[in-house]
Design a protein around this ligand. Structure first.
Ligand code: UDP
Length: 323
């Protein structure tokens, strides 16, 4: 039986990846320090023999007994509110944490896939973003701690590939949404869903003409799964190229949720990228992958998930304060 370590296992993407690899017959070791993750996302896996959980912070030396075939490094805060509240941890998990996991991959002779992000492109001057684009990042802006940690992560991963011959994979993840996201963590999908559920107006930042392209989590997981098992070691964009302005997106959510709410406008956060759309030619060609779930279907599933939660569960989904 193949053994895989998944860091950030109690997070949104990490927990869906745990599900997928369990379903594929792997033995999954989920690791998380639970700063932003939530055990609720993986509690259904605890009774399984093929699953074990390890409460650990990967910025400290990582020890995993036994053999390991694969490592997926998905531990990281991933929302603008988190970067502001825990900037140092954000930097450390992408840099020190990645270094520890690359070291672990070396001793275990395991293949490692690291979760990078469209944020490496910053506020992009090339549109749509291809993997060849170097990016436009403000190193000292509020997002710099995340963006630069992820850029360093890519560099050190490539260095381990080149100098140690390690089997590495790099996925650049574009905006992804779906069940198990936290509510009100600053990101737009949970923000709008939470506001619709509470009957509040939807907050659009800036003029709402900035664009994003939203990928449903099942599609994202499929792309990551295929990339891990491929023989391609350079970065690959995984995301949904269907682009929309945030204002139009807010209107879609109002229609979808049947709320009477209006849109209210708030200040645009600093260094908020003006546009974002993945060029997924590489993923299509190398992985024979493209998204299958359109936004209407994906958002419906996501909203249905939030609606299915009890008030207590919903309250727990709210973003926790670190103070
Ligand atoms: N946004 C918004 N209202 C909100 C939350 C976010 O208009 O309540 C905007 C945000 O300014 C950005 C876009 O939605 O332009 C996507 O934000 P998110 O934080 O989800 O992702 P990222 O900016 O990292 O792509």
């Amino acid at each position: 039986m193949k053994r895989i370590l998944i860091t950030g296992a109690a997070g949104f993407l990490g927990s869906h990846l745990c599900d997928r690899f369990i379903a594929e017959g792997y033995h999954v070791i989920g690791m998380d320090n639970l700063i932003t993750g939530d055990l609720k996302n993986i509690e259904h896996l605890f009774p399984l023999e093929n699953f074990e959980f390890c409460h650990h912070d990967v910025t400290k030396f990582v020890h995993v007994p036994g053999k390991l075939d694969y490592i997926l490094h998905f531990a990281s805060p991933a929302s603008p509110i988190d970067y502001l509240k825990i900037p140092i941890q954000t930097l450390k998990v992408g840099s020190l944490g990645t270094h520890n996991l690359l070291g672990l991959a070396r001793v275990k002779n395991a293949r490692i896939l690291i979760a990078s992000t469209s944020e490496v492109y910053g506020d992009p001057l090339v549109h749509p973003q291809t993997e060849e684009y170097y990016g436009n990042v403000n190193t000292i802006g509020p997002r710099g701690v995340y963006d630069e940690a992820k850029r360093f992560q890519e560099s050190i991963t490539m260095a381990y590939h080149t100098y140690h011959g390690l089997e590495t994979r790099i996925v650049r993840i574009f905006n992804t949404y779906g069940p198990r996201m936290r509510l009100n963590d600053g990101r737009v999908v949970p923000a709008f869903m939470g506001q619709a559920l509470r009957g509040e107006d939807l907050t659009v930042f800036g003029d709402g003409l900035q664009t994003r392209s939203f990928c449903f989590v099942d599609d994202q997981v499929e792309g990551i799964y295929r990339l891990l098992l491929s023989d391609y070691h350079l970065p690959v964009n995984i995301g949904n190229p269907h682009e929309i302005t945030i204002k139009d997106f807010a209107e879609e959510i109002i229609k979808l949720t049947g709320t009477e709410q209006k849109i209210i406008y708030k200040d645009l956060p600093i260094n908020d990228p003006l546009q974002r759309q993945p060029d997924i030619s590489k993923a299509k060609e190398i992985l024979d992958w493209e998204p299958q779930v359109d936004r209407a279907e994906g958002m419906r599933k996501t909203f249905d998930y939030f609606k299915s939660l009890s008030p207590e569960e919903l309250a727990k989904k709210e973003h926790r304060s670190f103070e």
